[in-house]
Design a binder for this molecule. Structure first.
Ligand code: XMP
Length: 210
């Protein structure tokens, strides 16, 4: 059986972000209206998240389970800051989104590792309604994880009722806007932006903008 986890290391409260005054890089101006979180600010917060997670899991057998595809950038940055051995697995969860609203959940890739009796940290890009992480944590508990915590880059709490799902480690609290970049997509685009930005309305609602 895995040894107990220490209480969570201190992590400064996730900052509430507002639209930044940073200029949208020229190559992205056609579709992106605003930068919400500039690249340097993301990187500084990933340092803080990694320090807290490292303090909690150093010397333990950590299994990081990252949800595809939105975590690609966050995962790559976060895991390279962990200066101790860990194992990684990926889970594919799709919510059959239509436009910017989420629908029913299906698994597009199941876990390969056996998580029974292991310390599991689930990594996700954004916690919105909480449907995804509620389902995924139920699944991992049913697979016998010894402990389970969650780490998200972004939290959009306005989509959840009070008492809804809360993540253990949170990068930023964001307003009720559809955001893209740093792994997050709209129609599989914009994942490569190094910052988190807000799409122009005409991109996702072309008729409403006319
Ligand atoms: P739930 O509602 O289950 O949502 O907490 C989690 C998943 O929904 C997607 N999502 C977004 N994707 N910009 C995105 O690119 C957004 O603003 C956004 N809000 C939710 C995302 O896949 C996340 O894992």
């Amino acid at each position: 059986m895995a040894s107990p986890l220490p209480p969570r290391a201190s992590l400064s409260p996730a900052p509430h972000v507002r639209l930044s005054r940073a200029t949208v890089p020229a190559g992205h101006r056609r579709d992106i209206a605003h930068v919400l979180i500039p690249e340097k600010r993301i990187q500084r917060r990933v340092d803080e998240l990694a320090a807290a997670v490292s303090a909690d899991y150093r010397g333990k057998e950590l299994v990081m389970v990252a949800l595809l595809n939105g975590t690609v950038a966050f995962l790559a940055d976060l895991m390279r800051r962990m200066e101790f051995p860990l194992t990684l697995d990926l889970m594919g969860v799709s919510s059959y989104r239509s436009g910017t609203s989420s629908g029913e959940l299906t698994y597009t890739k199941r876990l390969k590792l056996d998580v029974r009796g292991r310390h599991v940290l689930v990594i996700d890009d954004i916690l919105d309604t909480g449907k995804t992480l509620t389902a995924v944590t139920q699944e991992l508990n049913s697979l016998g994880a010894a402990t389970l915590r969650t780490c998200v880059l972004l939290d959009k709490p306005t989509s959840r009722p009070t008492g809804g799902f809360e993540a253990d480690y949170v990068g930023f609290v964001v307003p009720h806007l559809f955001v893209v970049g740093y792994g997050l997509d709209y129609a599989e685009k914009y994942r490569n932006l190094p910052f988190v930005g807000v799409l122009k309305r005409e991109v996702y609602a072309p008729d409403a903008a006319k």
